[in-house]
Design a protein around this ligand. Sequence first.
Ligand code: ZN
Length: 198
Amino acid sequence: MLPILQTGHPLLRQKASPLSHSEILSASIQELIQTMTATMHKAPGVGLAAPQIGESLQLIVIEDRAEYMQHIPKTLLNLQERKPIPFHVIINPEIILVETEEKKAFFEGCLSIAGFVGLVPRALKVKVNCLNENAEEMTIEASGWYARILQHEIDHLQGKLCIERASRRSWMTTENFLKYWREKPIDDIRREFPPEIS
Ligand code: ZN
C-alpha cells in the first residue's frame, strides 16, 4: 500500500492520462491495480483514483462493503440509496449521461482531504462508458450512492476535488460531523446549509 496524497499536492490538480489496451494488460498496471486496491481497503475508502497515490492515470478502483454501512442509520442509508457495490476497476471513464434535473446534497469526504467532510450536491443518476482491468468495454448505469462515488472518483481524473463542489458553509471536521450532525435529519441539515450560501 502507498501513502495517499493530500490536497495541495499539484498532482491532484492535473488531468490524468488515459491508458492504452496494452498498457492496461501490462504487469506494471496490473500491479498498480493491486496496490490501489490494498490502499483503498486499508484506508478504508469506497473508491480510490490513481492520482491519489501519485499516478496521473485514468484508473479507479471502487468497492462499497456492507460492513462500512454498519454504523450509519438505516433511514439515512435509504435516503442515500446506498447499497454494497462489489469490487471493480474503471479505466478511461467517460460520463455519457448525467441526470442533472434533480441533485441531492449529502455529506461527503475524500481520502485526499483527510479529517473533513462537507455537504456536496450530486446528480442521482449517471451513465459511464469505460474499460475494465482486462481492457474490455463496459457501460455502467448507476444511481444513488454509487452514482455519487462515480462522480467523485471521475472528478479526481479531471483534477477536481469535492471541496469545490461542497457548500462552503457546511465544510467541517469529521470529528464535529460525527458529534453534532450525523444523527440529524438530512432535510434539517440542508436547511442549515442552503446551497445559495455556498
Ligand atoms: Zn476523493
